[in-house]
Design a protein around this ligand. Structure first.
Ligand SMILES: Cc1ncc(COP(=O)(O)O)c(C=O)c1O
Length: 358
């Protein structure tokens, strides 16, 4: 049983079928085809306005290109210190920003608070030797599995406006956040001040389905060229775009995300009943962050369950992981089976009762 991430499963059937359907016949290359055009229009409908959409094959490419559009080489981009853009992309955003830097701030559950961002911005000296802040990047869902509420997004958007920053959202788990909030894509993005979005679909049923969605038109001006320089103008672009036809059809994407979130909730409610288990922070989307006794960690591993240990860096201030405990991350996906969740919970409870009996 594998709870290591939501990209450990393949692509969903509607996505694969849409690729097969788009495969027939000859069409213009490099995204100048009817399928890509239809998908761009679908994005307009979903976001309730005219936007620019650039397809990409990885989230790292989408993030790096989005940030390179928002930040000049001498600029600073603020993010959480555990953000994927600063921690997990081998410097790609900084590489594509041609010298600009990422500044990582702390925050519980890998979430940034508007007041902390504002205080940091105010503290920065304004001199030519100081890199001027030009963008804020947040991850929705955060790397701690938390979801920014609309008020929190609006407050961050306000800080960005006041300080002249572009506002980027890394939406690798966009759909999981959306169904958790029960709002519209427009409400979760441009209506709260998001200027540019990395729209991820790979984790939620895609094969390699990422898109840069631009709400602030000037950020789209050079993205075609930037994408080409990054090798992201895809020759058979229709096969990448087609994934989104299958993804959006009949709200397949929302159903997938609801399923993943429901499985995570089931996991978290079940683990809550297991003696000795507590939570780093609440389960809000499709990721669960329990602090478990080492013995339980061993029992789960012995049963062949896969998951990652997690960093304690973003725990609330008074919270610590004890010497005989481990903080772990369990991730549910669109394909997680309820029977596997129940099996894990059974193993967890029997692991603890066996321990008590010994
Ligand atoms: C928050 C976040 N952003 C972006 C990505 C996309 O990264 P990749 O380049 O692996 O598609 C991931 C994937 O793990 C992620 O968790």
């Amino acid at each position: 049983m594998n709870f290591a991430s939501d990209n450990i499963v393949g692509a969903s059937a509607p996505v694969l079928q849409a690729i097969v359907q788009a495969n027939a016949g000859a069409m213009a290359a490099y995204g100048n085809d009817a399928v890509s055009q239809r998908v761009r229009e679908r994005f307009n409908e979903i976001f309730e306005r005219e936007i620019s959409v650039f397809f990409a094959t990885t989230g790292t490419a989408a993030n790096a290109l989005a940030l390179s559009s928002a930040v000049p080489p001498y600029g600073l981009c603020i993010c959480h210190r555990e953000a994927h853009v600063i921690d997990d992309e081998c410097g790609a955003p900084e590489f594509f920003m041609h010298g600009a830097k990422l500044a990582g701030l702390p925050g519980v559950g890998a979430k940034l608070r508007a007041e902390d961002v504002a205080a940091y911005l105010t503290s920065l000296p304004k001199a030519p030797k100081q890199m001027p802040p030009k963008a804020l990047s947040i991850s929705q869902v955060s790397e701690g599995g938390l979801v920014y509420g609309l008020n929190e997004l609006a407050a961050l958007g306000q800080v960005c406006r006041e300080h002249g920053l572009s506002f980027h959202m890394d939406g690798a788990r966009f759909a999981n956040a959306l169904v958790a909030l029960g709002c519209t894509p427009a409400e979760m993005t441009w209506k709260q001040g998001i200027d540019i979005l990395s729209f991820g679909a790979t984790k939620n049923g895609g094969l390699m389905a990422e898109a840069i969605v631009v709400f602030k038109p000037e950020l789209a001006e050079a993205l075609d060229y930037r994408s080409k320089r990054a090798g992201q103008i895809i020759s058979k672009g229709r096969l990448v775009a087609a994934q989104f036809e299958g993804y959006f059809a009949e709200d397949h994407w929302l159903a997938n995300a609801r399923h993943a979130n429901r499985m995570a909730k089931l996991l978290s409610e079940g683990l809550m009943q297991v003696p000795g288990v507590r939570f780093a922070w609440p389960t809000e989307a499709n990721e669960v962050f329990p602090i478990i006794p080492q013995a339980l960690d061993q029992a789960l591993k012995a049963a062949g369950i896969l998951y990652h240990p997690w960093t304690e860096l973003s725990l609330p201030e008074a919270e610590r992981v004890g010497e005989t405990e481990v903080l772990i991350r369990l991730v549910a996906s669109w394909a997680t089976r309820e029977e596997d969740v129940r099996k894990l919970l059974e193993i967890a409870s029997s692991g603890v009762s066996r321990q008590a009996a010994e």
